[in-house]
Design a protein around this ligand. Sequence first.
Ligand SMILES: [Zn+2]
Length: 144
Amino acid sequence: MNATRLGALQPARLYVSTTHTHDPRHDLDYIAIERAINGEPTPLTLREKLAAAQHLDARGYTPTAIAALIGSTHSSITQWKAQGWTTTAIRDEPAGTDSPDCGTPRGYAQHRRRREDACPRCKRANADRSARYKATGSTLPAAA
Ligand SMILES: [Zn+2]
């Protein structure tokens, strides 16, 4: 019988840096980026998303795969790449609001359908909805 090395069937983990946990300016959390690009849902700042996307693109990931991993959109990834991964490229993406329904349970569901991390406003809306349901048995807002 052949022994199987633990983790042998797993794809190799991707590392951003093996020596540092932040970039010199402390704008980027390498640990968060590393978690995200290895498929562990992790909230990233826009600058971190840009760095993560560039990292994954260099390893041959498609814009669709990158968008799913970092919680962004296909169009953002292709735009960032077209602009050479410069930080000016990220000014065009509104922070945390890529849907008019953001901040509502509907917006939260849309993030999930796009297989991306919900933005903070949608997470809060969904948490409020869950809390209301636990407290009242209904997801409808309490009558004012
Ligand atoms: Zn949202």
